[in-house]
Ligand binder design. Structure first.
Ligand code: ADP
Length: 509
């Protein structure tokens, strides 16, 4: 029965709980991965937007320069003044045979050599720009960075073909640092919003040229080259913890929660399993109880009836025999009474909260009165018995209840004595307590049952007890009585060694 129960418990409850926890953790992992991908895509999209913005700005300037290139130097100079990120404008033919520079005189002296050399080095690529424009009617840019001492403040020269004159190349130098800090700044801040930090990087090792917020380290989640400014990169990350950290933290938190939930579930299931098991136990005990009790009721009734009938028919001649029959009838009536008493008492203690009336009680006379009920039985069944009393204090107790308790202990001592019929009844004293001890040399009780025999309906189902009928209520009743009086029960017993039950009650002050 319990094996099947354990099996059902494992298969129906525990395994699904474990599988469910596993499945949730796995799907959480998958959704975290998807989240992480979505987040990366968002970062990439933000960088593409910014790249496009920079490109559009350069394209706008290129259109203006193309339109102004035919006009006089002053207009171009004026254009440069209005756009401080632009340092110079160059005009040349596709063969680079004559290069004309317009720009602040201060930079003239710095750039020309480097600029000329760089232009010459790129001659082949530059000569294709005009062809590209002629073929596709599309303005292609050829950007390159001029050598510079400062690793992050560099000049980027952007060369492109003129739309108006297919033979002419135009270009300008962009102060990349200034461009990012002044032209791109508002757009960078706008895209960064409250959630992201965006920065422009250059140099080797990389340094920040401009960032939307101060950063302790240069850890960006995604970085991309800035299309229009070679050697410059743009990077983005989440403010505070990185998304990966957040996702990881969430994953750990989720796993911990699921772990706790599973443990709680398992504990709950185990708890319910034990409750159900207890109930099943109780149902079985109750069934046993019904069969035991009906036997307990029927046996004395049958005996009483048999002896009463015999007596009624006047068939018993000898006085001694008749006397014996009366005794049997009385003792069987007593046995019946005990059982009915126990059952009634039990239902009383289960329904009434405080069924006992306490008053000062002399222990020895009370114990004596119970023992006296057994004297005849002890003698007739050949018991070696003794009542050893000590001078003990009074206790506060319900006389009837204590009487019942001792009665039950004596009943058991007789029932479970077997062949070794030795019974001792004692009153004992201890600091502040009075004890009533009933011991026998009978079958004894295995240690593992010591905690259970006080449960209602519980009966040890082996050995002598197996053949002795009982209700399993006696000791439950004894325990209830003793506890209600603030006392304790001491039990010393092992199989074959007999048993000692001592009821300890607080002495009356
Ligand atoms: P009952 O005697 O009607 O079965 P009890 O509640 O009085 O019920 O006792 C519970 C169980 O404890 C008994 O079935 C028996 O197994 C065990 N028991 C009680 N007293 C003794 C004893 N003196 N010796 C051996 N076993 C005992």
């Amino acid at each position: 029965m319990f094996k099947r129960f354990t099996f059902v418990f494992l298969v129906v409850i525990l395994l699904p709980v474990i599988f469910y926890a596993g499945w949730v953790i796995n799907s959480l992992n998958t959704s975290e991965k998807i989240l992480s991908q979505v987040y990366n895509q968002q970062l990439n999209a933000a960088l593409i937007t910014l790249n496009q913005y920079a490109w559009n700005q350069i394209d706008e300037w290129a259109t203006s320069v193309d339109q102004l290139s035919g006009t006089n130097i002053d207009t171009l100079q004026d254009f440069l003044t209005r756009n401080p990120s632009l340092r110079l404008i160059l005009t040349t033919d596709s063969l680079l045979s004559s290069i004309r520079l317009v720009g602040a005189s201060a930079v003239h002296s710095v750039f020309p050599t480097g600029l000329r050399d760089s232009l010459q080095a790129k001659k082949d690529r530059l000569s294709q720009l005009n062809r590209f424009m002629a073929g596709n009617n599309y303005r292609k840019f050829e950007p390159f960075t001029l050598p510079s001492v400062n690793p992050i403040e560099k000049m980027v020269v952007v060369v492109f073909s003129s739309r108006n004159d297919p033979d002419r190349l135009l270009g300008f130098a962009v102060d990349a640092g200034r461009f990012t800090r002044e032209v791109m700044r508002s757009r960078l801040n706008e895209v960064a919003g409250d959630e992201f930090i965006i920065g422009v990087l250059a140099g080797n090792p990389e340094q920040i040229v401009y960032a939307t917020q101060e950063m302790e380290n240069l850890e960006f989640k995604v970085t991309k080259p800035l299309w229009i400014l070679p050697e410059y990169r743009i990077g983005i990350r989440l403010k505070g913890a990185t998304a990966d950290e957040i996702i990881e933290n969430r994953l750990v938190l989720n796993m911990v929660l699921i772990g706790i939930l599973s443990i709680v579930l398992v504990i709950g299931v185990v708890y319910i399993y034990r409750l159900v098991r207890r109930e099943v136990d109780l149902v079985r005990l109750k069934t046993d109880f019904v069969s035991n009790v009906s036997h307990e009721l029927r046996t004395p009734l049958a005996l009483i009836r048999m002896y009463a009938e015999t007596l009624e028919m006047n068939r018993v001649v000898s006085d001694e025999k008749r006397q014996n029959y009366y005794r049997i009838i009385l003792s069987e009536t007593d046995r019946l009474g005990r059982l009915i008493n126990n059952i009634l008492n039990f239902s009383r203690i289960e329904s009434v909260r405080n069924p006992y009336q306490l008053s000062p009680l002399e222990v020895n006379p009370l114990v004596e009165s119970v023992v006296s009920l057994y004297e005849v039985q002890f003698e007739s069944q050949g018991f070696d018995w003794k009542f050893e009393k000590e001078e003990v204090a009074q206790i506060m107790a319900d006389k009837e209840a204590i009487f019942e308790a001792i009665h039950n202990l004596l009943d058991n001592a007789v029932k479970y004595s077997g062949e070794r019929k030795v019974i001792r009844i004692k009153t004992l004293k201890r600091q502040g307590a009075v004890g009533i001890s009933v011991s026998d040399s009978g079958s004894g009780i295995d240690q593992k049952y010591h905690g259970m025999i006080f449960d209602k309906f519980f009966r040890v189902s082996t050995g002598l007890v197996h053949n002795t009928k009982g209700s399993g209520l006696g000791l439950a009743l004894v325990q209830h009585i003793v506890k209600s009086h603030g006392g304790t029960i001491e039990l010393k017993s092992s199989p074959g060694e007999g048993s000692i039950f001592i009821l300890w009650f607080p002495a009356r002050n």
